[in-house]
Design a protein around this ligand. Structure first.
Ligand code: COA
Length: 167
């Protein structure tokens, strides 16, 4: 291949991965040669799934995705996002934007990451309208209270989530 390979990271907590995240992954692989999905430990969020479980679940789900010529790798991390980007040689951070409410937090994070390393560009992809209201917290709450989450997360994620919430 000629020229530099475009490497991007798509970071998040993914507790668990939703159809909204999968939608962003499917869009991102059209733009880059290699997409590293960075799974943050994020103890502050007190995740339901361990970092290892989230990483494994995403690995299993993306294995079934059509990615064209792009490679996908799922990697856990526990450091500054910008340092993780540098470690994997990424020049792009992918983030999904759903509603206006995402904007302020994302704007701040992109600004700080830009201050930390000017060589890494944050690129926002719009989530599909059908996925706009989905969040991992709401999906977990619906599952805990016995609601149906099949429309919001991949079947394998639903299976693992139900195993968790029903013990
Ligand atoms: N579709 C559906 N839901 C989506 C979505 C999409 N396309 N994109 C985000 N979400 C949801 C997630 O499910 C999550 O929902 P929840 O809050 O109910 O769990 C929420 O939006 C935001 O989650 P996510 O996109 O996973 O990001 P995050 O805020 O959990 O993670 C990190 C942010 C990990 C990228 C950030 O904390 C980070 O960079 N950490 C490393 C430390 C660091 O560098 N800090 C300094 C940053 S300047």
């Amino acid at each position: 291949m000629t020229g530099r390979r475009k490497v991007a990271i798509y970071p998040g907590t993914f507790d668990p991965i939703t159809n909204g995240h999968v939608d962003i992954v499917s869009r991102a692989v059209k733009l880059v040669d290699r997409l590293v999905i960075g799974v943050a430990r994020n103890s502050a969020k007190n995740p339901l799934f361990s970092q290892e479980e989230r990483t494994q679940l995403i690995t299993d789900i993306v294995a079934g995705l059509e990615t064209g010529t792009a490679e996908i790798e799922v990697v856990p991390f526990q450091k500054l996002l910008i340092h993780f980007a540098e470690d994997v040689g990424a020049s792009i951070i992918i983030r999904g934007l759903r509603a206006v409410s995402d904007f302020e937090y994302e704007f701040q994070m992109a600004g700080m990451n830009d201050r930390l390393n000017k060589g890494v560009e944050t690129v926002f992809l719009m989530a599909d309208a059908a996925h706009q209201p989905i969040s991992s917290s709401l999906v977990k709450e619906i599952a805990r209270l016995g609601g149906n989450v099949a429309d919001f997360i991949p079947p394998l994620a639903e299976q693992r989530l139900l195993e968790k919430v029903t013990g």
